[in-house]
Design a protein around this ligand. Sequence first.
Ligand SMILES: [Fe+2]
Ligand SMILES: [Fe+2]
Length: 474
Amino acid sequence: MSINYSEKIPNNVNLSEDRTLQRALEQWQPNYLNWWNDMGPDGSQNFDVYLRTAVSVDPQGWAQFGHVKMLDYRWGIFLNPAEQDRKIHFGDHLGDDAWQEVPGEYRANLRRIIVTQGDTEPASVEQQRHLGLTAPSQYDLRNLFQVNVEEGRHLWAMVYLLHKYFGRDGREEGEALLERRSGQTDNPRILQAFNEQTPDWLSFFMFTYFTDRDGKFQLCALAESAFDPLARTTKFMLTEEAHHMFVGESGVGRVISRTCQVMNELKTDDVAKIRAAGVIDLPTLQRYLNFHFSVTIDLFGADESSNAATFYSTGLKGRFEEGKRTDDHRLRSDSYKVLEVRNGQLVEKEVPMLNALNEVLRDDYIKDSIAGVGRWNKIIEKAGIPFQLKAPHKAFHRNIGALAGVKVSPDGKVISAAEWAAHADQWLPSASDRAFVASLMGRCIEPGKFANWIAPPVMGINRQPINFDYVRFN
Ligand SMILES: [Fe+2]
Ligand SMILES: [Fe+2]
C-alpha cells in the first residue's frame, strides 16, 4: 500500500517494472508541469503552502502535511489495493471476473469515459486560477491550493490509465488534455460547466460544493466499473474529493454565518443595508445557488440516453452505491420516471430504466446536495432569521436533455419566455449581483485575519490553529 517516493513519478503501481510506460509518463511529466506553470494558480508559484500529500492508500493515515511549493508537489499515481477475485457485479457480465485489461470491443467507450472525467480535472484548476489574488484569508488560500493540486493529481490518475491501457491513442489523449482550455472558444473543455467562469470566492465555494459533488457521483459510478484499474484509481480519488466538498460546504456556511451576524447586529433584512455593511445578502446567495445547482445537474447528461444504457450493460459504469442495491443489477425489465413538457406542463413519463441511468444518478446527486442546503438553513435558523435557501426545481435553467431550453421557474412552473425575461434577474445572479460580490473580493492574508464578508472556520487544517501560517509568501 505504500507509495514509492524515490522515483521521479511517485507511485504504488510498480512503475519501474514497466519501462515503456515509465518513459512515456516521464515524457508527459514536463508537459504537465508546463501546463501547471501556465494555467495553475496565478502568481503563486513561489509560495510555500501547507499541503497534504498522499503517502499511502491506507485510509488510516494516507496523508502527510507540510509546507511545499506547488510546483514541487509530488503528483503521482496511486491506486487503491486490488480486491482479490473481484467480480463484475452489474450488467451483462455480472458474475464474471473483473477485467485487468481493456476488452477490445469496449475500448472506445472506456477511453471516452476516462477522457471526459480527466478533462474536468485541469479544467477546474484553470477556472480557479485567479482566485488566489483575492483570497479572504490564508486558511482559504491554502484550501484553494490544496484543491488545485489534487485536481492536478486527478489528471495524473486518468492519464496513467490512458498511457497504460490505450497505447498510442491514450498518449495522444494525454497530450490533448493539456491543450484544451476552460472557456476558450476554439479548443474548450469538454463539458459546459467546466467552461464557465469561477470569478469570485462565492462562486468557488458553490462550485466546490455542487460541482465537485458531481465529481463524487461520477467517481462513485466509475468505482463500480468492471475495468478494475479504473475502479481502483477512482476509489482513491474519492478519498481526496471529500475535502473539496468540505471546502464548499463550510465556505458557503461561513458566508451565511457572517451575513446573519451582520443582519442581527443591524436588525435588518434590507438588502441595500446588508450590502452597505459589506456582506452578501441571502437572496444573492440563493441566486448563486440556483446557478451552480442547475449548471451542475446538466453534467449528468440527457435524461434518456442509450449511451448510459450501454455503459451500464457492458459494465463500464455502475450506479451510485451499486453494491448496496437489492435489484437484479441488470435492470432490463425496470422502468424509471423522467420529466418532459406536455401541453405546457411538466409531466412524468415512464421509460426503461437502462435508458434513464443519467437521471438516476442525477436524482441521487440531488438528494445528496439538498442535504447540505438543509445544513446551511440550520445556520440561518439558529441566527433566528426567517429565511430559507432552497434548491431549485430540477427542470429550472436546464440546457441538456428533454428540458433543455424550456423556461421553468425555480418552483417548477413552466412559464413563457416573457415571464422568464422579467424574472431572470431574481432567479439567477445578475450582472449587478456579480459586480457587487466582485467588489467585496480583496486579498486578506494576514494570519488569522478574515475578509469582512466571511466568518472564520471553526477549526484549522490538520489541527493547526486558525492563525497558523498556512501560506508563506517568500
Ligand atoms: Fe477531481
Ligand atoms: Fe474535486
